[in-house]
Design a protein around this ligand. Structure first.
Ligand code: NAP
Length: 511
């Protein structure tokens, strides 16, 4: 079950949002009385309530907004119990003062907005002694490990426990607590009306993460990275799982650069079946894998880690195949969403042979794409802000390099941007001067946020053929889906999801 929190300053707005939530299928709603300007008129909020409610009235010391006295707060909580509300939220000290009465269920809660304390188990044991129907333990995660500790406690508790972590580090725990038996989780009315850090909207929790169908059998997947909040991967993978009717969920896992190995060991608790891997873990993840596919061995980096039928971790680099397919698509002048997937990369080799390719960047994506270009017998030249890295990569791949300052002076048939230049928030920038673009060129920008970068916009104005980063992004995700599930690549369906997101038909933020 999902408990949706409403915090508004006016009674009228709470009643209005409560009705709207009931119409959208909400089964439980938390009324945050502390958000009201002035003392609550309880009867107005609960007499005709369209769903069961949790009554919460949080003090300022627990990041609530209650400004009247503590006596008044306790009177309000007692009045809610006397009126027969379904649940009341009582902090540890208040739970000792207010006794059980009639059918109202007691949620005995503890919040820590700074950290996940070392003595988590001791706090939980104390709460369990205060006659709870449900214990609620919510802490701020400052590492992935904090989230694991809270979820282990939820799993092992004899008393039903709603336990999860706030903040970006803990985001996945808001969903995963359902796998470990939490009676419900919390969500916000909308993504703009969040009442606690990291809270997901009701729509995302219900329709995308499908919290109500998560159980101990649910297979867990996710994306490993830092930062991770802007990733579109949870949107497209969860939509694909839902459309294929699979009992799977895909979560954003923020993992610090030097903590990958130990964190993956700790994530064994979740029995994760597969990960997408992004910056900064694409090289480090190789250590975790028993089997590396051919592209991973050559590139030295992977974007996919998944368990095979024997339970062995395998890595794959779907960026590589996705980028090459995208270039092939550009050479055949098709645009995003038009592609068939029948052609093979042999066709690409024929099309690329002898072409002059200028590539910006010498990082992980440049390495993968550069390898494919060189293998296709094209003439590759690399340029990079840090020239030494361009030299190193060029030596490894056996191609040319030029200084970054000279990049506009080299004639090319194909331009490929493998840097974040032009990416949100620096959307006004381009790695190449528009003056040197010409209609014979193919321009491929791996940046996909936004889809139409300055470089792509200028290239289209000049009549160049273009390939956007979204083309590559969707393809690498679709190939990952196949690694994860063994099911056919849902390319068109993923393209549709991304298109709806770009057109604003889907509102999405994993934070
Ligand atoms: P990476 O390994 O961190 O490499 C980043 C590269 O960009 C380095 O060569 C770096 O140069 C250069 N760079 C960074 N900031 C720059 C700036 N302000 N001006 C000029 N050059 C700059 O990252 P990566 O994994 O290769 O990813 C690179 C880009 O590819 C990402 O930003 C993303 O937009 C795109 N990407 C797209 C997809 C997709 O599916 N479409 C997938 C993954 C990545 P230095 O060596 O000087 O630092």
């Amino acid at each position: 079950m999902i408990c949706v929190s409403i915090g508004r300053s006016r009674h009228k707005m709470i009643v209005h949002e409560h009705r709207a939530l009931a119409e959208k299928g909400a089964e439980l709603v938390e009324l945050r009385l502390d958000w009201l300007a002035g003392l609550p008129n309880l009867a107005r909020l609960i007499n005709d309530r369209p769903t069961p409610v949790v009554i919460t009235c949080r003090r300022k010391s627990e990041q609530g907004r209650w400004t009247s006295s503590e006596d008044q707060r306790i009177t309000v909580l007692r009045a809610a119990i006397a009126a027969g509300v379904e649940y009341v939220d009582l902090e540890e000290d208040v739970a000792q003062q207010i006794q059980r009465y009639a059918d109202t269920k007691r949620i005995v809660s503890h919040h820590d907005f700074e950290q996940t304390p070392e003595d988590l188990e001791i706090i939980h044991a104390r709460l369990c002694k205060l006659d709870p129907d449900i214990v609620k333990l919510v802490t701020m995660a400052n590492s992935a490990n904090d989230m694991v500790r809270v979820l282990r406690l939820v799993k092992e508790s004899d008393v039903p426990t709603v336990g999860f972590c706030m903040g970006e580090w803990g985001l996945a725990s808001r969903v995963l607590c359902g796998k470990f038996g939490a009676p419900f989780t919390y969500a916000s009315f909308s993504s703009r009306r969040v009442v606690a850090p990291g809270q997901l909207s009701f729509d995302a929790m219900k329709d995308l993460y499908r919290f109500d169908s998560i159980n101990s059998e649910t297979q867990v997947y996710g994306v490993l990275g830092d930062p991770i909040g802007h990733s579109l991967s949870p949107l497209i993978h969860n939509t694909a799982f839902r459309d294929a009717d699979l009992n799977c969920v895909y979560l954003p896992f923020r993992v610090a650069k030097n903590a990958l190995s130990s964190t993956l060991d700790e994530f064994e608790l979740f029995d994760v079946r597969g990960y997408s891997v992004t910056i900064p873990h694409k090289q480090a993840v190789l250590e975790k894998s028993q089997y590396l596919d051919e592209a991973v061995q050559e590139i030295g980096a992977a974007n996919t880690l998944f368990k095979d039928d024997q339970g062995h971790w395998r890595t794959s680099n779907t960026d590589y195949d996705a980028a090459l397919e995208s270039i092939r698509l550009g050479l055949s002048s098709r645009r995003f969403g038009d592609a068939d997937t029948e052609d093979t990369t042999d066709g690409l080799e024929i099309e690329l042979k002898g072409k002059k390719v200028l590539m910006f960047g010498a990082g992980g994506v440049a390495r993968a794409i550069g390898l494919g270009i060189v293998r296709s017998n094209a003439e590759l030249t690399i340029t990079n802000r840090t020239h030494q890295r361009a030299i190193r990569l060029a030596e490894e791949l056996g191609c040319q390099h030029i200084p970054w300052a000279d990049r506009d002076l080299v004639g090319a048939d194909i331009l490929i941007n493998c840097t974040p230049v032009g990416m949100h928030p620096n959307v006004g920038e381009s790695p190449f001067s528009a003056d040197w673009l010409n209609e014979q060129m193919l321009v491929f920008d791996t940046v996909y946020n936004p889809e139409e970068t300055v470089l792509i916009g200028q290239a289209r104005e000049k009549g160049c053929r273009t390939v956007t980063g979204l083309e590559m992004f969707v393809r690498q995700a679709a190939m990952q889906f196949q690694c994860f599930t063994g099911k056919p690549v849902p390319l068109e369906q993923m393209q549709k999801t991304v298109r709806e997101y770009i057109d604003g038909a889907i509102e999405w933020s994993s934070r």
